[in-house]
Design a protein around this ligand. Structure first.
Ligand SMILES: Nc1ncnc2c1ncn2[C@@H]1O[C@H](COP(=O)(O)OP(=O)(O)O)[C@@H](O)[C@H]1O
Ligand SMILES: Cc1ncc(COP(=O)(O)OP(=O)(O)O)c(N)n1
Length: 270
């Protein structure tokens, strides 16, 4: 877990995402994941959701100047070793974040958040095109689930055999690597990583735990943390998959609906 010497700064990871008041997804999941993966987490808040285990009751995006100011504060003084993006809510915010990250040398992990587990939209309809044409081209790794693959490319995946065609369609949009997440298919939760040439498949035990709120944010933040430590993309994904699988196994009830994964599961063990 330790990735730095005492008194020295750990690797620096920035999340640009939305706040989840219930603490299971979004910025809160990202920062907990970063702590559990041995990096210093920083946050640029793009939107604030009123959210709990039952769903999203409302959201409010920040003005672009507030998001730009947060980005400038972090980038001009502290710097980043990796960036993760999550809920960006609106077309102006997607365009702004893509423009700024296009100038950043560090790897960028894009979780193209479209809807929450409960089916609540977290991205304006007119922002999807900006994700496709502006944000994906600056991504080192993009991590769509199967609904997001369909939203971005029109490709519908009904079983594992369709995942490569889905990854190829997303790759056409310009990211260096695509990780198609198969967690919503029945059976083993298999994910496919693709860079246009090589394919890597990651499988894990399925945990029939209903407390899976925040899985996508957690996986993407763990990948960003591993990239910040200097791991190559396939190893960064492999370690992140192991981390999210452990977190899902220990997801816990909270409120009356879907509880969060346990971001600190690996810390309780050590
Ligand atoms: N029940 C489960 N047991 C184990 N792993 C899972 C389960 N559900 C999803 N996963 C894995 O969790 C990660 C996040 O995927 P997913 O839940 O599909 O993302 P999202 O939150 O974006 O919908 C993926 O690696 C996926 O394979
Ligand atoms: C503020 C915020 N950001 C992202 C999400 C979606 O996160 P995800 O990890 O895909 O988790 P589920 O919503 O699928 O449980 C969110 N809900 N809120």
């Amino acid at each position: 877990m330790t990735s730095h010497q005492p008194g020295q700064a750990p690797p620096l990871v920035l999340t640009v995402a939305g706040s989840d008041s219930g603490g299971g997804a979004g910025i809160q999941a990202d920062l907990k994941t970063m702590l559990a993966n041995g990096v210093h987490g920083m946050s640029v808040i793009a939107a604030v959701t009123a959210q709990n285990s039952l769903g999203v009751q409302g959201y409010w995006e920040l003005p672009p100047e507030a998001v730009r100011a947060q980005l400038d504060s972090v980038l001009s003084d502290i710097g980043v070793d990796a960036v993760k993006t999550g809920m960006l809510a609106s077309k102006p915010l997607v365009e702004l974040v893509a423009e700024v990250l296009g100038e950043v040398a560090a790897p960028v992990v894009v979780d193209p958040v479209g809807v929450s587990k409960h089916g609540d939209s977290l991205l304006a309809q007119d922002a999807v095109e900006a994700v496709r044409t502006k944000l994906l081209p600056v991504a080192t790794v993009v991590t769509p689930n199967l609904f997001e693959v369909e939203q971005l490319t029109g490709v519908k995946v009904v079983d594992e055999s369709g995942m490569l065609a889905a990854a190829e369609a997303v790759k056409e949009l310009g990211p260096a690597w695509v990780l198609v997440k198969g967690g919503h298919l029945p059976g083993e939760p298999a994910d496919l990583l693709f860079d246009g040439t090589s394919e890597y498949r990651y499988t894990a035990e399925r945990h029939d735990n209903r407390h899976t709120h925040g899985t996508g944010c957690t996986l993407a933040s763990a990948i960003a943390s591993n990239l910040a430590k200097g791991e190559p993309v396939p190893e960064a994904v492999e370690k992140a998959k192991r981390y999210v699988t452990g977190a899902i196994a220990e997801g816990f009830p909270l409120g009356a609906g879907i509880g969060p994964v346990d971001h600190g599961w690996n810390l309780h063990r050590s």
